[in-house]
Design a protein around this ligand. Sequence first.
Ligand code: SAH
Length: 227
Amino acid sequence: MLTFDVLTLFPESLSGFLGSSILGLARARGIVDVRLHNLRDFSADKHRKVDDRPYGGGPGMLITPEPVFRAVDWLEAHGFAGRRLLMTPAGRTFDQPFAQELAGEKRVLILCGHYEGFDHRIVEGLKWEEVSIGGYVLSGGEPAAVAIVDAVTRLLPGALGDPDSPKDETFTDGKIEYPQYTRPREFRGLAVPEVLIGGNHAEIRKWREEESKRRTAERRGQATSGG
Ligand code: SAH
């Protein structure tokens, strides 16, 4: 069982995703546990304040050190030991090999920023891996946390209905998946490729391999990950 601890100012923004579909089922089946912790609960301020203006001026507010350090202290006092990921657009890009790495862990802590980000002592003072989900800036780390929890959970044994599902997917072996079709055989003049209907499994395998190769070559550098 893999346990995620997510530190966030907006736990409610995550609960819909975490309760639905494959993630919701994986949690119900005890394959993954996701614990949401509200940073405000760790504020020492009587108004539960967690942010303040930057020294030296500039726009926006920063998350102050105290609630984050107190939250990490609390987690450690309650047995947390594991990977610690800090969400930031400046981090290592999260990709499929990274997801596979995390799927082998027991505990993963995810810290979501908000506003203009973190007081830098949070970044330097606690041992984080800085992680980005892509080359753009979000208003908070919550969508990043959801992306990570989701991509990792579906790799855990038992999370998907068919254990073979992740085997020839996009990014597995650095390849893009072949196109797939379901019924009807013809839709608005668009037909399913004949080879898939014939039932010749050697031919189907060959066709899929070729399509996967062709699409990978076409999109190299855009959608492939790691190789
Ligand atoms: N001023 C910061 C951006 C703050 S965005 C800067 O220039 O780097 C607010 C928060 O959203 C960040 O603290 C981070 O936790 C989250 N965030 C924004 N973009 C992200 C991305 N691409 N990947 C992961 N987290 C991101």
